[in-house]
Design a binder for this molecule. Structure first.
Ligand code: UD2
Length: 313
């Protein structure tokens, strides 16, 4: 019952989690990834301690045997983009809902230990009050937000009906090294890093006054591990995985320009469909129940991420 599984473990968050698990004492980690957006290069330094399975979570017969007697499962595989879920709703639905159901079913039938599920802060949509607490009613504004919310509900129902231990963590705009800037659907910070280093203008959708609780990837990885260890009373529950702060896109771009000693004006385009206006996590429940203790301020994270892009892009 010792095996640790990370779905999406070749992605930028998943690979950070794999490194954190190995550093935390896991002898080996099993990664399930279809390599659609993940890359084996993300696992390069730890490849000899990773059992890699190229498989798609939409393919139940392919993944089910891998979950037999697994000790703990971290389910991060997804198609993670609000705009992509609007333009390409079918693959997004199939991966994020059907794929999540398959992972939960495989974990349940394989008698696996706890499943930690990567949910999303997008589930909140726009709320009148900030920061956002888990007690607020969800209000998904995009297919992606709804899909991630359905995954939470499924995780909770598997806990209630089948006794599978699950914990959902609502990731708040995770950023850090290895986030891939090559797609128009890439996370905004990876795109900002690319433009900063190329000395080109980024595009900001809307007025740039929308805000995000940007959360450094290593803090999220650490919280995932804590969620897997927390007492059984957390099973079926949902927690925010955020830093607790909030920065507008205009502030973020200016901070990055200041870090690199340049001044580049962004291009402003129309607002993006499905966008949430403001996002900020209340971290109290995760601190209380899971021992969440973010180590990196936003500025620390920006510096570390910029250093990595300078060295690797
Ligand atoms: C959502 C979730 C996040 C995570 C993510 C996965 C919210 C608040 N957050 O992130 O937790 O699940 O989905 O994809 O729902 N933008 C620009 N220019 C660009 C690209 C983006 O201005 O070139 C804007 C975008 O309109 C948005 C902000 O930057 O206002 C962040 O966009 P994102 O795609 O990085 O992440 P977001 O907030 O959709």
């Amino acid at each position: 019952m010792n095996q640790t599984i990370v779905t999406g473990g070749a992605g930028f968050i998943g690979s950070a989690l794999v490194r954190a698990l190995l550093a935390d004492g896991a002898p080996r980690v099993s990664v399930i990834d279809n390599l659609n957006s993940g890359k084996l290069a993300n696992l390069e330094e730890v490849r000899d301690r990773v059992d890699f399975h190229q498989a798609d979570i939409r393919d139940y017969p392919a993944i089910a045997p891998l979950f037999q007697d697994a000790g703990r499962v971290f389910h991060l595989a997804a198609i993670p983009s609000v705009p992509r879920s609007i333009t390409e709703p079918v693959p997004s639905h199939e991966s994020n809902i059907d794929g999540t159901f398959n992972v939960l079913r495989a974990a349940c039938e394989g008698r696996a230990g706890r499943v930690v599920y990567a949910a999303s802060s997008s589930a909140y949509g726009d709320t009148e009050v900030l920061p956002k607490t888990e007690a607020m009613s969800p209000n998904p504004l995009s297919p992606y937000a709804l899909q991630k919310l359905v995954g939470e509900y499924y995780a909770s129902v598997f806990s209630k009906c089948y006794g599978l231990e699950t914990v959902s963590l609502r990731f708040f705009n995770v950023f850090g090294p290895r986030q891939d800037p090559s797609s128009p659907y890439s996370g905004v910070l990876s795109l900002f890093m690319k433009h900063l280093l190329a000395r080109t203008q980024p595009t900001i959708f809307g007025d740039g006054e929308q805000s995000r609780d940007f959360t450094y990837v290593e803090d999220v990885a650490a919280l995932c591990i804590k969620a897997a260890r927390a007492p059984a009373t957390v099973s079926g529950r949902v927690y925010n995985a955020g830093n607790g702060g909030r920065f507008t896109l205009n502030q973020t771009w200016s901070a990055l320009c200041a870090l690199d000693g340049v001044s580049i004006h962004p291009i402003f385009a129309g607002p993006r469909a499905g966008d949430v206006r403001h996002s900020q996590a209340d971290t109290a429940a995760a601190v209380r129940d899971l021992g969440h203790a973010p180590q990196f301020t936003f500025e620390d994270g920006l510096r570390r991420t910029l250093e990595w892009y300078r060295a690797n892009c």
